[in-house]
Design a protein around this ligand. Structure first.
Ligand code: CTP
Ligand code: CA
Length: 226
């Protein structure tokens, strides 16, 4: 065989990756969203598939194509992403939450296009479900990995999220750093694990970052199976 079977380290493993932004409807022509391109999550999904995993890519609206060999599940809102991930969760081995989920959604979705009126504030917001937090509560065997996009106090916020969301690893990046964050093909990330280990990775392509994350995920998976 042309492929090296020994490299298929995630064969028979089910990996869920969430990617992209969410869209929270305001009215039939408007929504709230963010700058996530989906590139990091799609790179992880592609890498996981190349390692032999059964990959479910739960993706918000992005302009890139799904990698070959992954099962794409398209969603729009945070609520839809929550439902899609939860329905795949029970028998998953690794869950990687790359998606930039909106923290707030409009309290009310207008049926008709909202007309402008002077001096009136029409947009009231409420919190969306924290998907990673909900998965952390329901964790049985899954290796659960979250992301943290920060602009300051990386260590504090990342370690806070690791604990609060019961994740096994947080991949944090300073989105204001040159070569990191939204839309770029490269990233600079730090991996925080529950055993306290902190691994600062240098600037690398999102595909190289994806390989590092999956290598760490696979190690965590093996530890848990001991
Ligand atoms: N996340 C999620 N559901 C949400 C918000 C975030 O699952 N409603 C996940 C993201 O996919 C990411 C992790 O939680 O893996 C951290 O997201 P981030 O926005 O950095 O943190 P928040 O917990 O939302 O806190 P804040 O935005 O206030 O920093
Ligand atoms: Ca957030």
């Amino acid at each position: 065989d042309f492929f090296d079977g020994s490299k298929k380290v995630l064969k028979n493993k089910k990996v869920i990756v969430t990617a992209g932004p969410t869209r929270e409807k305001i009215d039939p022509v408007r929504y709230l969203t963010n700058h996530s391109s989906g590139k990091m999550g799609y790179a992880i999904a592609e890498e996981a598939a190349s390692l032999g995993a059964d990959v479910r890519l739960v993706s918000g609206p992005v302009s890139i194509d799904a990698p070959a060999g992954v099962q794409l599940i398209k969603v729009e809102s945070a609520e839809e992403m929550y439902q899609a991930v939860l329905s795949q969760y029970d028998d998953a081995d690794i869950v990687i939450k790359t998606a930039a989920v909106a923290d707030y959604k409009p309290k009310k979705v207008y049926k008709h296009k909202v007309k402008k009126k002077s001096g009136e504030e029409y947009l009231e917001l409420e919190r969306t479900k924290d998907i990673l937090f909900e998965l952390g509560k329901r964790k049985n065997k899954q290796v659960l990995i979250g992301f943290a996009a920060e602009t300051e106090k990386l260590d504090d916020y990342a370690i806070g999220k690791l604990e609060k969301k019961n994740a096994d690893m947080i991949v944090a990046n300073n989105v204001t750093a040159e070569g990191a964050g939204f839309g770029t093909d490269t990233n600079i990330v730090t991996l925080y694990k529950r055993n306290g280990s902190i691994d600062h990775l240098p600037l690398m392509s999102k595909h190289e970052v994806a390989a590092k994350i999956l290598d760490a995920a696979n190690r965590l998976l093996k530890d848990e199976q001991k």
